[in-house]
Design a protein around this ligand. Structure first.
Ligand SMILES: Cc1cc2nc3c(=O)[nH]c(=O)nc-3n(C[C@H](O)[C@H](O)[C@H](O)COP(=O)(O)OP(=O)(O)OC[C@H]3O[C@@H](n4cnc5c(N)ncnc54)[C@H](O)[C@@H]3O)c2cc1C
Length: 435
């Protein structure tokens, strides 16, 4: 048997799809009874929810964007992004630096003043994400939004985060835009995302199903891999009381779990893997007995007193996300094992989300007609200050072993769907597969 693909999320399926086009031999092993990983969607009582919070389709890479749009065919809608930040009970334009005139006057002044002070200052290279934020945006924007929001979503101190990843992800705003924004002249930030696509029906898993359909005879579901060994020059993958033998394997499953399936991993590598940081995600999905909540696609909430860091409004992505006459919200909450949120019971979390959103008048708690909560272990890779040193060591080890790594938690990089597809495409292009 040719290539064993470990994991049937977007990355694994894309590799399979591309190999099938070349008539190459492969098999995808997926532990769940459905493919999609983080791109799964649930449909219940007429409501459709993406389990890993809000997913939208965008890319700076036209080829990859078209790949995704072609998969969807006619099943897609295009929207102009309408997102806000909930700041001091106001809805402020996103990104924050483009919405300064929406702040209370004193806050607007502090943000503009802080930013202007950065312009005349000579800075040393920032040592961490916190310093980068102060140097890029100034004290006002840093302390009112950037630091509280980032520390909430990453569940990690910005002082302990690296800076190498911010280039291209958090654009540096031109000074004209900040001044205009403070005066109330319209400007746009994060323009690569100003328009996005979303499946018309079926949530984000609608991107997965057509891929899966094309290679369904090559996928084994409910195959939880429990160990991997090299025997007589072949890779033997064990799970479900059976074994599969491959010439080559590529892993798209989380690196942290993969390492536990291997024999004799050097202590130095185990130590490096144990130092990698990530956070987990709780999504609270609520159905509401009202036709319309607002026009927003999602809302960022830096305030720590409100449990979620982001609220998504699925019906504004596509009308088909709720039954007729209803609306829904998805609240995203990041946590780590052992912290206060991780210790809260499901019912407590749902109640707190409903109470917080009702208190802020984002929903009316009397209209809640559906509730569900999901916990996902791996949500965001967190780039701490030791990340680069550790990941280089780990990647080198797997390269030496001959196990290829591809995908978000396998490469252990902050990859969105487009970057996963690119990684899968590059992987297939750069490897000589045995026919
Ligand atoms: C909150 C959140 C919001 C996001 N929003 C967006 C967005 O708006 N736009 C965007 O482009 N991207 C977004 N993403 C990123 C996107 O979800 C990921 O980039 C993508 O889904 C990763 O795909 P993957 O196949 O690499 O990994 P995964 O989806 O994690 O797939 C790995 C697969 O391996 C399987 N597996 C694990 N262990 C085993 C085992 N032992 N045996 C067999 N199989 C196993 C899993 O079940 C899973 O199916 C978001 C992610 C999160 C967390």
């Amino acid at each position: 048997m040719g290539l064993g693909i470990l994991g049937g999320g977007l990355t694994g399926l894309t590799i399979g799809y591309l190999l099938k086009k070349q008539n190459l031999d492969f098999e995808i092993l997926e532990k769940n009874n459905e493919c999609g990983g983080l791109c799964r969607t649930i449909q219940e009582d007429g409501f459709t929810f993406d389990i890993a919070g809000g997913h939208i389709i965008f890319s700076k890479d036209k080829g990859i964007l078209n790949f995704k749009l072609d998969i969807l065919g006619d099943n897609k809608v295009r929207s102009k992004r309408n997102t806000k930040i909930f700041y001091k009970d106001r809805f402020v334009k996103y990104p924050f630096e483009n919405g300064l005139s929406g702040l209370p006057k004193e806050d607007n002044f502090e943000c503009l003043n802080g930013f202007i002070k950065t312009l005349n200052r000579k800075y040393n290279t920032p040592k961490n994400f916190n310093e980068w934020i102060y140097q890029t945006f100034g004290k006002g924007i840093a302390e009112k939004y950037m630091i509280p929001y980032n520390e909430k979503i990453w569940n990690f101190k910005t002082e302990n985060m690296a800076t190498f990843w911010v280039d291209g992800r958090i654009p540096k705003p031109p000074s004209e835009d900040i001044i205009k924004s403070s005066l109330g002249i319209e400007t746009e930030g994060y323009t690569h995302q100003s328009y996005f696509h979303y499946p018309k029906q079926g949530g984000i898993q609608a991107l997965i199903h057509p891929l899966e359909e094309k290679i369904k005879d090559k996928i084994t579901k409910e195959f939880r891999i429990t160990s991997i060994k090299k025997e007589e020059g072949k890779w033997v993958v064990y799970g479900n009381n059976e074994k599969k033998v491959f010439d080559q394997i590529v892993s798209t499953m989380p690196l942290i779990d993969l390492v536990n399936l291997l024999d004799e991993v050097p202590e130095e590598i185990i130590n490096a893997i144990n130092k990698l940081k990530y956070n987990s995600l709780i999504t609270v999905m609520l159905g509401l007995d009202t036709d319309k909540l607002n026009d927003l696609h999602w809302l960022y909430i830096p305030n720590r007193n409100v449990l979620p860091h982001r609220i998504v409004f699925p019906k504004n992505n596509s009308f088909y996300m709720t039954p007729e006459g209803k609306s829904s919200v998805v609240a995203e909450i990041t946590f780590n094992d052992g912290d206060n949120i991780s210790r809260m019971k499901d019912d407590e979390i749902i109640k707190k989300v409903i109470d917080d959103l009702d208190d802020k008048k984002i929903i009316d708690k009397n209209l809640v007609c559906y509730r569900k909560i999901i916990r996902l272990k791996y949500a965001y890779v967190v780039y701490d200050l030791e990340y680069e040193k550790n990941i280089i060591k780990i990647h080198k080890f797997f390269e030496g072993l001959g196990i290829d790594l591809c995908g978000r938690f396998s490469e252990y990089k902050y990859l969105n769907m487009d970057a996963c597809i690119k990684s899968a495409r590059d992987y297939v292009k750069n490897n000589n597969f045995i026919q």
